[in-house]
Design a binder for this molecule. Structure first.
Ligand SMILES: *[C@@H]1O[C@H](CO)[C@@H](O)[C@H](O)[C@H]1NC(C)=O
Ligand SMILES: *[C@@H]1O[C@H](CO)[C@@H](O)[C@H](O)[C@H]1NC(C)=O
Ligand SMILES: *[C@@H]1O[C@H](CO)[C@@H](O)[C@H](O)[C@H]1NC(C)=O
Ligand SMILES: *[C@@H]1O[C@H](CO)[C@@H](O)[C@H](O)[C@H]1NC(C)=O
Length: 382
């Protein structure tokens, strides 16, 4: 007993000393987290196009004809849009499946259906997860691990241990370079886990519906590490994706103006759970540490982008933090909605690698119609 505990305490000394000595090395490794995968880069002409699918809601009522028919329709949307748009990167912004209707033994086959069209066209992509992805028979963690296994070009990662809170492991970032051999990226895509839904197993309980406060501290330390390795934050652009809109977005709806904020506005943000931290009154606004940290530490943040509220497509400037928020477009035939809302994607098009240059964004519907085109730039929404 005694001997081994001395040995252990000796080891602990070494373990403590080593990271200090190796600090610059381990920082560099952390800042290049995709060693084995191709780097994501802008095109040779200096452009970069990102397509966001949101709320695909695969797997509803597999025991009825209409469930599988919906999924076939959603697969059609995925294939058609990928073929037409030829994006450089794809984001799946949460609620990939309707977990409530799934079976423990075959739930991951729905992930196979979703990533199939992405694998076919060999487009790099990554996912956030939503309240419907945390249910009795499925968790965010399971979806992430399975996606990593079956999708060679998945860039979805897990946050370091201790970051993200219960059932919220999907916090990570993806660097995008001007040229594959550059030392530092010109764009960082941030992904956050807004959790929600219920915990797995038969005695399931509600999961908090906001990005955990531990993520706020992590954003701060990551941006600091990026600064020391890559130079000032202002040399990079950023985009942020999180399934449930931040709490601060709720009040913007009453200020919308059809000219400034084009796009469908059919979903009131007042119901329980419509934005983060509104599921129960005792936790109202609990995403504040995350929101404060994101908007303070990440510079040139072109937009924060969420899905969740299927009837909304608008963007708006949030005046207190002076950042732009945008809704996705409901992409899947599953999930609540009205046929006249349509199904589609949000496109985001960088026409320059300059991190301060405006970025174009618009909604594209399944059949090809486009609308709600705006420029995410300094002048937008003022
Ligand atoms: C999963 O199993 C259930 C129950 O047997 C079945 O109804 C459903 O179609 C299966 N789902 C998939 C995606 O294979
Ligand atoms: C599938 O798509 C077709 C064509 O848009 C539509 O008519 C049909 O209602 C859809 N079915 C379901 C179950 O969503
Ligand atoms: C979960 O999976 C099990 C096993 O297939 C199934 O019996 C159950 O109905 C599923 N759904 C829920 C909500 O438990
Ligand atoms: C669920 O709760 C019941 C009753 O408290 C308990 O007997 C059972 O072990 C629990 N099951 C799990 C998987 O936690």
């Amino acid at each position: 007993m005694r001997l081994s505990s001395i040995a252990v305490s000796g080891l602990l000394h070494l373990v403590h000393a080593a990271p200090f000595l190796q600090r610059p090395l381990s920082r560099n490794l952390d800042l290049d987290p995709y060693g084995g995968k191709p780097r994501i880069t802008f095109r040779p002409d200096g452009t970069f196009k990102l397509t966001v699918f949101s709320d695909l809601h695969f797997g509803e009522n597999p025991w009825d004809d209409w469930g599988p028919e919906q999924d076939a329709n959603s697969t059609r949307v995925l294939k058609r849009v990928l073929g037409d748009e030829e994006p450089d990167y794809v984001v799946l912004n949460g609620d990939l499946i309707t977990g409530e209707n799934t079976f423990k033994e075959n739930v991951t086959s729905l992930i196979d259906e979703i990533v199939g069209p992405l694998n076919d066209v060999k487009v790099p992509f990554s996912s956030t997860h939503g309240n419907h992805d945390n249910q009795i028979n499925i968790t965010h963690l399971e979806e992430i691990l399975y996606e990593q296994k079956v999708a060679p070009l998945s860039y979805t990662r897990l946050a370091p241990r201790g970051v993200g809170g219960s059932e919220g492991p999907g916090n990570y970032w993806v660097p995008v370079y001007r040229h594959a051999t550059d030392d530092s990226p010109v764009l960082v895509l941030w992904f956050f886990d807004s959790r929600g839904g219920v915990s797995p197993n038969p005695n399931s309980t509600l999961v908090p519906d906001w990005v955990d406060a531990s993520v706020a501290t992590w954003i701060e330390s990551e941006t600091r590490a990026m600064e020391s390795a890559w130079g000032p934050t202002t040399k990079r652009a950023a985009l942020a994706f999180v399934h449930i809109p931040p709490y601060s977005i709720q009040v913007l709806q009453s200020t919308l103006d059809a000219k400034k904020n084009p796009g469908l506005n059919a979903d009131l943000l007042e119901g329980d759970g419509a934005v983060q931290a509104t599921y129960s009154s005792g936790t109202l606004g609990n995403d504040k540490p995350f929101w404060d940290s994101l908007t303070k530490n990440v510079k040139n943040l072109h937009a924060i982008i969420s899905g969740h509220d299927h009837g909304n497509e608008w963007c708006a400037r949030e005046p207190t933090k002076d950042v732009i928020f945008c809704f996705d477009k409901h992409s899947g035939y599953g999930g609540y909605g009205q046929p006249e809302w349509g199904y589609g994607v949000r496109n985001i098009h960088f026409t320059s690698p300059d991190p301060t240059h405006g970025v174009e964004t618009w909604i594209r519907l399944e059949e090809g119609e486009t609308r709600a085109r705006i420029m995410l730039d300094h002048a937008y929404g003022r």
